[in-house]
Ligand binder design. Structure first.
Ligand code: PHE
Ligand code: ZN
Length: 895
């Protein structure tokens, strides 16, 4: 009963407007699995109840790549028919028990959706629509049922048998087999179902929460990996405590399990009580993981744990509401990491990092062919909509509620949301209403209808601001106008509600007291304005000299701010702004202005930096009180992707040349300061991944990178030799990898033996090998050597196309993180891309469709890149038998 797709038929789009409640409810599900890699038997007994609110309809169950053996209704054989992938049963009694017996082949499941085998263990992945690959079911999130699950398997090969909820029974069976029975005390949608079976070991921790309840936390991994689970366990313990303290949301399970697998399409999955994680977001030791890995693990463990309430207790009515759980849960994990970071400076660093992700990934998505609203109106394949728009922009929308109603008001809103909707499948509108109703005296209720345009309109609004100082009346008037460009299917946009947090700096760099004309209130420091019109003005009184405005502090809305700052104003903000985010932002603007000017004037010297800029950067490096982490962010030039977004036509080679020249200039002109910085940061003592010491290591790595760059430019071997020694002697992966990257990034010959040594040291550590591959394919493209190197690495015995992490470390890193290596004049990079997309599509459509997005921004490219890129996309689109996933991406790209 394998699915055969009509090759030519374009896959049909599902419309949000077509939503209707399910014709049947599933009250309980009793599943029994006989696990076998070649042929797993699945017996599914469901108690069904007709939805009597609707006219009588047949029961339609989804199924994919299943072998159907038997269907019984109330114990009797029954007639049914197949309609495409659906099993259709008509004339059922209003309440009945349905028994369906199917088999599947987990070892052939390379899509990693449904039940699959990884390293001889069984795992499942059901979100969004994977449960239908396990059994016939009403595979939609608004059908919530109680589950009991019996697992049977060979005891020697699969000693650990896990599913959601509580273990209620287990024991031995004939023939060396055993069983375990699990009952989940919470009803749930089928996308939260999970099972795991295999040879796994676990770290266990008992905790007592504030509420006085005892819980068991467990992290399951392969036997050699137990020593790499301490950080994930600590992150989990912190997550439990934080959600209780900040939102009053306790752990509702006796047992909470995390299982790591090395074959996983995404980061991790919040299955009820049994989270399944990509090993990348669980395993860490100081020898194998970098500070960034440690911090990602903390975020992802938090994220999945927080889904237990925002996602699982209250879930989505339909997949168009995906951001209801994802945007909210990203916001929660951002707040969690921010609160754990501690100091004001560390909190700001976290915000800058989050904004960088938003701007380098989501803003381009919102300006490209895949642009979609936070609550999309249609999709062909829902897997394509697990995007930075749903996640990161969705989190910004949630953040704006908090900005509008305040932190305490937001917490009241969350409380009301759970009072109203706990145990239900709801919509983004329900969430918005709860936040507004909990804050009746705030600005939100009256703005809510307009605020909701953030859910319906795609695209990044551009806010232009102008300031006029009037000495006679001692006023400063800021005029804002907002505009949002057309996106696919949406030509006209209505004004958004845009909270603008701002301050005005006086000549000494202090915040002026703020008083709006006609208002009594005086704000010290920052004030929050709210834009609602296409254009509007705000007049501040009592201003006796022209101030420097610090607008959109903390990026108070996901918009682009255009303000015609002079260099002097930006330097003033960089030196003094009380808002560390805008202080960083001022440095970025200085760099962007210089980079874009040099890029656009191809006759100009690409080394675009003037003394004022270099002196400002020197002052930051030498600053006595700024944290290392903050310095590292300020000294990091805007990425090539971010710079490209500021241009109308993009020549990727020119962008790279200019940015590289700027880096070299910073390397050479600040050499003495890099040396001092290196000396001051090279020792951080016993390794801990906390914000302060990881900031020091980051700045130290940056210094070493610049010193190696300067050395190569000047034909001097001293610093590469120091980097090699540091590489060899490092006591943690952050320092070791930073030293290796400094060598590889500088193109110095010592990189070659260092890479060999690194491989020899870590040949048995899959996650470290991923870094080793990725570093090489993102190396500077000297004489076009990157692509041949990528091809060579694909022949390496450690390479595998079937493992998503490994495929991404080589192919996606090359196509998406090395613009100058990828956008070749001879189009060989695009040719390579189209071949890999097609090759991967036959194995794992989700991984292929993500890679397919590497050419999203093709229409912005200069010739001949533009034409060549389009042709490569067209070649992919012309292939027959393409998955819905990839077909949707390339069709939209060509539209
Ligand atoms: N729901 C997961 C998360 O964000 C992501 C995910 C989606 C994982 C689909 C697997 C498949 O936490
Ligand atoms: Zn999530």
């Amino acid at each position: 009963m394998n699915q055969i797709l009509d090759e030519q038929a374009p896959a049909t789009a599902i419309q949000r407007a077509d939503y209707s409640a399910p014709a049947w409810w599933v009250d309980s599900v009793d599943l029994c699995f006989d696990l076998d890699p070649i042929k797993t038997r699945v017996l599914n007994k469901m108690k069904l109840r007709r939805n009597t609110d609707l006219p009588v309809q047949a029961l339609r169950l989804d199924g994919e790549e299943l072998n159907l053996a038997r269907v019984l209704v109330n114990g009797q054989g029954s007639t049914f028919k197949m309609d495409g992938n659906q099993l259709v049963l008509s004339n059922l009694p209003d309440e009945c028990e349905l028994e369906i017996f199917t088999t599947t082949c987990p070892s052939k499941n390379t899509k990693l959706m449904g039940l699959y085998v990884s390293n001889d263990s069984f795992f499942t992945q059901c979100e969004a629509e994977g449960f239908r690959r396990i059994t016939y079911f009403l595979d939609r999130p608004d059908v919530m049922a109680m589950y009991s699950v019996t697992l049977r398997a060979d005891k020697a090969k699969y000693p650990v048998l896990l599913s959601n909820g509580n273990l209620v029974d287990s024991g031995d069976l004939e023939g060396g087999r055993h069983f375990a029975k699990w009952v989940d005390p919470h009803k749930k949608p089928c996308y939260l179902f999970a099972l795991v079976a295999g040879q796994l070991v676990c770290r266990e921790q008992r905790i007592t929460t504030r509420a006085g309840k005892d819980h068991t936390l467990q992290i399951y991994v392969r036997s050699g990996d137990l020593d790499k689970t301490e950080h994930a366990m600590n992150s989990l313990i912190h997550s439990v405590a934080w959600d209780e303290a900040r939102f009053g949301l306790p752990l509702d399970l006796e047992r909470f399990m995390i299982v790591a697998t090395s074959d996983f399409n995404m980061g991790a999955m919040e299955n009820k009580g049994l989270n399944i994680f990509n090993t990348k977001y669980v395993l860490a030791s100081q020898a194998t993981a970098t500070d960034v890995d440690f911090s990602n693990i903390e975020s992802v463990v938090g994220h999945e744990y927080f889904h237990n309430w925002t996602g699982n207790r209250i879930t989505c009515r339909d997949w168009f509401q995906l951001s209801l759980k994802e945007g909210l849960t990203v916001f929660r994990d951002q707040e969690f990491s921010t609160d754990l970071a501690g100091t004001a400076s560390a909190r700001a660093v976290k915000r800058i990092e989050d904004v960088r992700v938003l701007r380098t990934n989501q803003f381009p998505e919102d300006a490209g062919p895949m642009a979609h609203p936070v609550r999309p109106d249609s999709y062909v394949e829902i897997s394509n909509f697990y995007t930075v728009t749903i996640y990161e922009k969705g989190a910004e929308v949630v953040r704006m509620y908090q900005t509008l109603v305040g932190r305490a008001g937001f917490e009241k809103g969350i409380t009301l949301y759970f009072e109203r909707h706990d145990g239900n499948a709801v919509t983004c509108d329900d969430f918005a209403q709860a936040i507004a109703d909990a804050n009746p005296s705030s600005v939100l209720p009256s703005l809510l209808p307009q605020f909701k345009r953030w859910y319906s309109q795609a695209g990044t609004p551009r806010v232009s601001a102008q300031g006029v100082f009037d000495a006679a009346s001692q006023t400063y008037t800021l005029t804002f106008s907002q505009h949002c460009a057309a996106t696919p299917g949406q030509t006209e946009k209505l004004p958004f509600v845009i909270p603008v947090v701002l301050g005005l700096l006086d000549a000494n760099g202090n915040d002026l007291p703020l008083q709006l004309e006609g208002q009594d209130e005086i704000h010290t420091g920052s004030q929050r304005l709210v834009l609602t019109e296409a254009s509007q003005s705000f007049c501040f009184t009592g201003v006796n000299a022209e101030p420097v405005p610090s607008i959109l502090r903390g990026l108070s809305a996901p918009v682009v701010l255009a303000f015609d700052y002079s260099d002097a104003q930006l330097l003033h903000l960089l030196a003094h702004d009380s808002d560390p985010f805008n202080r960083w932002e001022a440095g970025q603007r200085l760099a962007v202005n210089r980079a874009t000017a040099a890029i656009n004037d191809s006759s100009a010297n690409p080394a675009a930096l003037d003394a004022a800029y270099i002196d400002a950067m020197r002052a930051v490096l030498r600053h006595p009180t700024l944290d290392a982490a903050f310095k590292e962010l300020v000294l990091t030039l805007p990425s090539e992707v971010y710079l490209a977004e500021q241009l109308t036509v993009v020549d990727p080679q020119r962008v790279h040349t200019v940015r590289q020249a700027m880096r070299e200039q910073l390397a050479i002109e600040l050499k003495a300061d890099w040396e001092t910085t290196y000396a001051a940061t090279q020792e951080t003592g016993a390794y801990t991944p906390d914000a302060v010491s990881s900031g020091k290591r980051a700045l130290c790595g940056m210094a070493l990178t610049h010193l190696c760059l300067a050395a190569v430019a000047e034909g001097n071997d001293q610093w590469p030799a120091i980097a090699l020694q540091r590489f060899k002697n490092a006591s943690n992966m952050t320092d070791r990898f930073n030293a290796l990257s400094a060598l590889v990034g500088s193109g110095h010959a010592l990189a070659i033996p260092a890479l060999e040594e690194f491989h020899a040291l870590f040949k048995n550590e899959a996650l470290v090998l991923d870094k080793w591959f990725a570093l090489q394919v993102t190396a500077p493209d000297v004489g076009g050597n990157t692509l041949p190197n990528v091809k060579k690495l694909m022949k390496h015995s450690d390479f595998s196309l079937r493992n998503p992490n490994r495929a991404r470390s080589v192919i996606s890193s090359y196509c998406q993180a090395n613009p100058a290596g990828f956008h070749r004049l001879d189009a060989a990079g695009y040719q390579f891309w189209s071949e890999r997309v097609l090759e991967l599509d036959a194995i794992n459509p989700q991984v292929a469709a993500r890679l397919a997005r590497a050419l999203d921004r093709w229409s912005k490219l200069a010739e001949p890149y533009r034409t060549n890129a389009r042709q490569a996309i067209a070649r992919v689109a012309a292939k027959s038998g393409l998955s819905k996933d990839t077909q949707e991406v390339v069709t939209r790209a060509l539209a």
